[in-house]
Write a protein that binds this ligand. Structure first.
Ligand SMILES: Cc1cc2nc3c(=O)[nH]c(=O)nc-3n(C[C@H](O)[C@H](O)[C@H](O)COP(=O)(O)OP(=O)(O)OC[C@H]3O[C@@H](n4cnc5c(N)ncnc54)[C@H](O)[C@@H]3O)c2cc1C
Ligand code: SF4
Length: 464
């Protein structure tokens, strides 16, 4: 049948309403501007609240029919946008999300049940109504217009134990917790356009208003969630917690679309100096992974007095003083250079794994924008390693604690030899081997708690 807003049909639940499949975001926001219109995601909560007579819509505007409204894409500036109708299960299994925002993938993976994850959308999950038993059963309480909160004396499992009152309801969304830790932004659309707010400002407290749990105004709808770029170290920073004032820095080689034409390790050393000075770190602990580890070594050789300690997570280079085995490996890296980008990257990954270790599968879907920069950046680093020199005497004089994390499944003729060489150079050197890990399932993402523990121990010793 057809309704005043276009094609529609009736669903026979306790309260009749029209269902309108939106054809575009513009279409949806105009429909939602009408009184009595509510947005529909997977319907796993909305249909229940209608049955519970908490929601009484005249029309529900189905957002899932908006083309690409469920897309998970990397934006040109390396942030990642999740469309509001992306299913919870699709987010949990998306390679890009698993790779770069594992906390979100894990949070989505524990939502309710497989059926709920399959039907539920991220927009609906973030905007689901609270699950307080009294509220859901229609028992008089503050949230439905009553004069007091029966949960205070009654059934209050799972309600707020800190900062509650006068209503003690908590939000049920697991993804919202991960998105808060990741500093995500919520994109909000209406007929006036699209605005964006940090998720920390998206929810309201019961003491501020009782009738709803978000700041969404009349006719506003969540159109997407945007995750910040460079969260590769988010899990580690979270594990370190507020005990440390940590700053994650991306490599300067990836700052622009192409590496700087005169790129060398000095470029990265200058980048570390710039970041440290910008944060007014006089002396600090430095942690570097892969190319960042090589850059950290170069930094220690040039500016060792600025460092309290040095942590190296499989640095990709440790000077030109290489063994014959390492020289042979460098020739094999060089031989890859004539290959097209995808074959170059596949060969580059293989050379860094122990024999027999399988390379991780590429993320699902189209390759993200940041990946396009990788081949040129890797080539620039290989050139810099070949041309670079490391002042080993300066490293021998570096008397601060040095920590080296080695993956047991990484190429022993590469990272194992580097670890062995550095063990003989640094006077205070500790090696920790993570037997199940390799260079491409790095500790800061896969075992952030364990790595955080090792780093905190290193830093405590350095500051003692
Ligand atoms: C038994 C059970 C267990 C559950 N366990 C968990 C759990 O462990 N963790 C967890 O996180 N969740 C849990 N949930 C909640 C479940 O995940 C939500 O029902 C689901 O995520 C809602 O998604 P949906 O797309 O179906 O929302 P819908 O039902 O379509 O919508 C929910 C609400 O959000 C509004 N809405 C929908 N889309 C938007 C949008 N884009 N913008 C603004 N408003 C919108 C709707 O109008 C409605 O008010 C559980 C639910 C049940 C029934
Ligand atoms: S906690 Fe809030 S929703 Fe639950 S009974 Fe009390 S006032 Fe109502």
């Amino acid at each position: 049948m057809a309704g005043p807003l276009g094609p529609a049909f009736f669903i026979p639940v306790t309260h009749p309403f029209l269902s309108l499949p939106a054809t575009s975001l513009d279409d949806a926001t105009h429909a939602l501007a009408e009184p009595g219109a509510l947005p529909l995601g997977g319907g796993t909560d909305l249909l229940v609240t209608i049955a519970e007579e908490i929601a009484r819509p005249v029309v529900v505007v189905d957002l899932r029919s908006i083309p690409n409204s469920d897309a998970i894409v990397e934006l040109p500036d390396a942030r990642v946008r999740i469309g509001a109708t992306a299913r919870i299960s699709d987010i949990a299994h998306n390679g890009l999300i698993q790779d770069r925002y594992s906390a979100l993938a894990q949070a989505c993976d524990v939502v309710g049940s497989p059926a709920l994850r399959h039907m539920g959308t991220i927009g609906g999950n973030l905007c689901q109504r609270p699950r307080c038993w009294y509220f859901r059963q229609g028992i008089s309480c503050l949230k439905n217009g009553g004069g007091s909160c029966p949960a205070v004396q009654g059934e209050n499992h799972y309600l707020a134990i800190v900062d509650g009152g006068p209503c003690y309801v908590v939000h049920a969304s697991d993804p919202a917790v991960a998105l808060t830790a990741l500093d995500a932004d919520i994109e909000i659309a209406s007929t006036k356009g699209v605005r964006s707010v940090p998720i920390g400002e998206f929810y309201t407290l019961p003491r501020d208003r009782l009738d709803q749990e978000t700041i969404l105004g009349s006719g506003e709808v969540v159109s997407g969630v945007v995750l910040p770029a460079e969260p590769a170290y988010a899990a580690l920073l979270q594990a370190l917690g507020e005990r440390v004032d940590a700053v994650a820095k991306d490599l300067d080689v990836y700052a622009e679309d192409e590496p700087p034409p005169d790129f060398s390790l000095d470029t990265e050393v200058e980048g570390i100096l710039r970041e440290a000075n910008a944060h007014r770190f006089d002396r600090f602990h430095l942690v570097g992974y892969s190319g960042g580890g090589a850059s950290s070594l170069a930094f220690a050789a040039l500016h060792g007095r600025r460092l309290l300690s040095l942590a190296l997570l499989e640095p990709a280079w440790a000077g030109s003083d290489r063994t014959r085995v390492e020289e042979a490996l460098m020739r094999r890296f060089r031989a890859l250079e004539s290959l097209p980008p995808d074959q170059f990257m596949a060969g580059f990954v293989r050379l860094q794994l122990a024999p027999g270790v399988e390379a991780p599968p590429p993320p699902e879907g189209p390759p993200p924008a940041w990946m396009a920069k990788r081949p040129a950046g890797v080539r620039a680093f290989i050139d810099a390693f070949d041309a670079g020199d490391l002042d080993l005497d300066a490293l021998r004089a570096f008397d601060r604690p040095v920590y080296f994390a080695l993956g047991g499944r990484s190429n022993p003729d590469y990272y194992g030899l580097i670890a062995g060489r550095l063990a003989e150079i640094f006077p205070d050197f500790t090696l920790e081997t993570f037997h199940e890990r390799h260079h491409f399932d790095p500790l800061h993402r896969i075992e952030p708690e364990r790595l955080a523990g090792s780093l905190l121990a290193l830093w405590q010793r350095a500051e003692a």
